[in-house]
Design a protein around this ligand. Structure first.
Ligand SMILES: Nc1ncnc2c1ncn2[C@@H]1O[C@H](COP(=O)(O)OP(=O)(O)O)[C@@H](O)[C@H]1O
Ligand SMILES: [Mg+2]
Length: 255
């Protein structure tokens, strides 16, 4: 049987090759290779403007690269919009979270994919509240997210709880990859631990994670591998166990 070069090296879940992206005169990414393996948490770090968000936006279909190739499970893919990324199993937890403030936790979890009541419910859009709440409790329990009640209005949640709900919402879609762009940026120190534990538990569920953070020790606490960007160039890509915080900081600020 003929095996094409495309699929013969399918060891990684995501393989981005020689990615370029510029915005006018600004070179946001230059010749960047980025891999994400099965069952892996990659910490993506870099100073402000290094190109982190641009890189993950290309993977999530929010931006298209000027040049470069993307392989998903060994097959070359063109992720020209967010819908394609989702279909592949790539979900993104956005910084602004996209939760509806005046709805409760359960309604937020299943927003746009509500459980309907029986045949008439499907016709007239009557939501099965009981099922919504019981499924929501399952999601929360499964992820060990502690919220007094899934009937709590999002407005009344802490930053960390919101972040947890947003992550729960994506996990329910059974993705293969979850991208998190600075998920701990807006939350207190105490709650960060909860989110970091949640990230580790995603890996146990077989989900690979790309985790962007400014907090280097925090990255070390979850990442298997750390990738460093500096002004659009990849300047580091190493197993976390082979690196120190100092090493990473040097790569971050090096010019
Ligand atoms: N939509 C855009 N239009 C113009 N410039 C952009 C846009 N998005 C990002 N940039 C520029 O590209 C560079 C990389 O940005 P970004 O990927 O957001 O960096 P990071 O997430 O590492 O802080 C920066 O110089 C930024 O100003
Ligand atoms: Mg960014």
């Amino acid at each position: 049987m003929q095996v094409t070069a495309k699929t013969s090296t399918a060891t990684s879940l995501v393989k981005m090759e020689k990615i370029y992206k510029h915005f006018g005169g600004v070179v946001a990414l230059q010749d960047v290779d980025f891999d994400l393996n099965y069952n892996e948490i990659v910490g993506l770090v870099g100073d402000n403007g290094a190109g982190k968000s641009t890189l993950i936006k290309i993977l999530s279909g929010a931006l298209t690269p000027d040049d470069g190739k993307i392989y998903f499970e060994g097959n070359e893919v063109e992720i020209s919009n967010p819908k394609i990324a989702k279909e592949l199993g790539i979900e993104t937890v956005y910084q602004d979270l996209a939760l509806v403030e005046n709805l409760d936790v359960a309604s937020n979890l299943f927003l746009g994919r509500e459980f309907k009541k029986g045949v008439l419910g499907k016709l007239f859009g009557v939501i099965d509240k009981k099922r919504t709440y019981s499924e929501a409790e399952k999601v929360m329990r499964n992820l060990k997210i502690h919220i007094d009640s899934v009937k709590t209005i999002v407005q009344n949640l802490s930053g960390g709880q919101r972040q947890a709900v947003a992550i729960g919402k994506t996990v329910y879609l059974s993705p293969k990859v979850i991208i998190m762009d600075e998920p701990t940026a807006a939350i207190g120190v105490k709650e960060r631990k909860v989110i970091l534990d949640l990230i580790l538990s995603l890996k146990e569920k077989g989900i690979s994670v790309i985790f962007i953070s400014h907090n280097i020790p925090e990255v070390f606490s979850v990442a298997d591998r750390i990738v460093v960007l500096n002004r659009g160039l990849k300047v580091g890509d190493e197993k976390a166990s082979n690196l120190t915080v100092d090493d990473v900081v040097k790569l971050l600020v090096g010019s």
